[in-house]
Ligand binder design. Sequence first.
Ligand code: ADP
Length: 266
Amino acid sequence: ITPKAMHRMEAPVLPNVENILAISSGKGGVGKSTVASNIAVSLAKQGKKVGLIDADIFGPSIPKMFGCEDARPVANVIDGREMIVPIEKYGVKLLSIGFFVNKNEATVWRGPMASNALKQLIKEGDWGALDYLLIDLPPGTSDIHLSLVQTVAVTGAVIVTTPQDVALADVVKGVNMFTSKSIDVPVIGLVENMAWFTPEELPENKYYIFGKDGGKNIAKELKIPFLGEIPIVQGIREGGDNGEPISNTENTPTSNAFHQVASSLI
Ligand code: ADP
């Protein structure tokens, strides 16, 4: 039985959430969590009700990127059920496994435990009504992906990649996974991150450090929409390290680039 057929038979999980978007990448380190954070904040700034689940169970970085590493969500009893109240920051409701484990300890979990943790964040989170719930997945293809689609009806997947060939090879695998029979989630499109670099002293110059248009070309080849490109910008990295996604700042070229990607999802 396919996940879609299963969801049709059962009572819907998260009936008050309009869109559930999986943010995915073939490789780690391409900026998936950075893009997920910035898109989430952009959508919130555009007046949407937004949640973000950090499903990168083995390397949760959302708490740091949102400056709430020490937050500890409380439980709320709703209709006799204990629900976890998400942490709210920059207009985004957040849950991460990072809120429940010591940040300096490695999480040595077997696959099923990690899958259960994700299921809990989805089903026992007090999400309320949302326009968008973003799910920041672990890199690559894993049983977390499978358990996600078995838990909830995912609207679509957004793929994040950098433009070099070694990253693109894994994009193909990721897209094939989402469109496979056992996952069967439409790919909404691809975001090319770290597309170029412009030094401050040479503002007219674009250096394509990881190659030019790699993401755009693979999107065309795979016949999936191209959602936009984000350059390498020091402020993006600083925003991540300082706990305030750069898209929370008004009207800079970089925050506008993220707003544009976010708008393409609306
Ligand atoms: P992933 O989730 O794919 O593992 P991260 O989002 O954690 O990747 O990003 C890895 C590192 O690269 C982080 O330090 C982040 O701040 C930085 N980074 C991501 N995208 C950019 C960018 N466009 N410009 C500058 N730094 C970036």
